[in-house]
Write a protein that binds this ligand. Structure first.
Ligand code: 5GP
Ligand code: MN
Ligand code: MN
Length: 307
């Protein structure tokens, strides 16, 4: 059983799906176990591979051999599947997040990797499994999305090397890019314009913050996934070093997404709120009054990060 983090991004599902396909090719009865829905533009990556917790429990009522978590290494990243994950006779972690302690027997963790999909690529090669087009597409999707299309600071020579090798397997990834990036519902545009309308510069213009509420989603006929990409867009503003986006979940909790541009590290601040991530992209989830969370976060960014 392959697990990845909730609110799956392209790297999460791309890595999980590619590994699942490779395991199946080796005759292993493998599945990606999920607890939430894939975003519409990413759903093609998980097709015919994903099962939910109830299905997994039914299909493997006598237990399962291996649990693998990819693109995450903490139970809090797959809360409703933690028990199922721990039921695996052997536990394996493949990840590119820095984590203090491990919950697995075997770990392939490289915080220098631009995407977990890069590690999956190297792993499948090491397994001696021939990478086919379906795997290549999923590995490409993971790398492209986690590196901001080869633009973020996590993009390296190895990132490009791996992708160039993927071109030996698949002539073009243009269709994948269209599927992921040029397939946006009109409601997303409307939602983004509302989000940007409420954006606020602070810390002398070096930081920016914006929020998404359930009311905004209703007004625009949008879903929370439609706010994806807005925090990177905010970071692109001139003079801005740190961008923050606060999303109000259905249960009232607030999901914060932070991004840094060049010198700042947002991972520690997020860790101090029970979250985590990378220096340039991190997040946390918290319960409380939305205005208060926003004000506290602004103060902390200004005092602890911008200084
Ligand atoms: P995003 O802001 O896009 O949700 O996440 C950015 C990065 O931070 C990703 O690498 C993601 O895995 C990580 N991240 C976001 N939220 C959390 C969280 O609550 N806990 C941990 N450990 N990492 C998070
Ligand atoms: Mn991820
Ligand atoms: Mn990742």
């Amino acid at each position: 059983m392959i697990f990845t983090h909730i609110v799956m991004d392209g790297d999460a599902i791309g890595s999980a799906a590619a590994l699942c396909l490779a395991m199946r090719k080796e005759g292993i009865d493998a599945y990606v176990v999920t607890e939430d829905e894939l975003a519409k533009n990413l759903s093609f990556l998980g097709k015919d591979l994903c099962i939910d917790v109830a299905e997994a429990e039914k299909m493997f009522s006598d237990g399962h051999d291996i649990s693998v978590c990819v693109d995450c290494s903490e139970e809090s990243r797959f809360p409703k599947r933690a028990a199922l994950f721990n039921n695996g006779a052997v536990k394996v972690c493949i990840d590119h997040h820095k984590t203090a302690d491990t919950i697995c027997d075997y770990n392939y963790v490289d915080p220098e990797a631009g995407a977990t999909a890069q590690l999956i690529y190297k792993l499948i090669k090491a397994m001696g499994t021939e990478i086919d087009k379906d795997m290549a597409v999923r590995i490409y999707a993971g790398i492209a999305t986690d590196t901001g299309n080869f633009q973020y600071s996590n993009t390296t020579k190895e990132t490009h090397q791996i992708v160039s090798e993927l071109y030996d397997i698949c002539d073009s990834f243009h269709e994948v890019s269209v599927e992921i990036y040029e397939n946006e519902p009109f409601a997303k545009l409307k939602l983004q314009s509302e989000i940007f309308d409420g954006a606020e510069l602070f810390a002398g213009g070096k930081a920016v913050i914006a929020s998404v509420t359930q009311d905004m989603l209703k007004r625009c006929g949008a879903v929370m996934d439609d706010s994806e990409g807005t925090v990177s867009r905010l970071r692109a503003l001139e003079n801005v070093e740190v961008a923050a986006l606060l999303r109000e979940n259905e249960d009232g909790s607030i999901k914060a997404s932070l991004r840094a541009k060049t010198y700042a590290d947002v991972s520690e601040l997020c860790a101090s709120h029970g979250g985590g991530g990378h220096a340039k992209a991190a997040g946390f989830t918290e319960y409380g009054n939305p205005e208060k969370i926003r004000e506290t976060l602004k103060k902390e960014i200004e005092e602890k990060i911008i200084g």
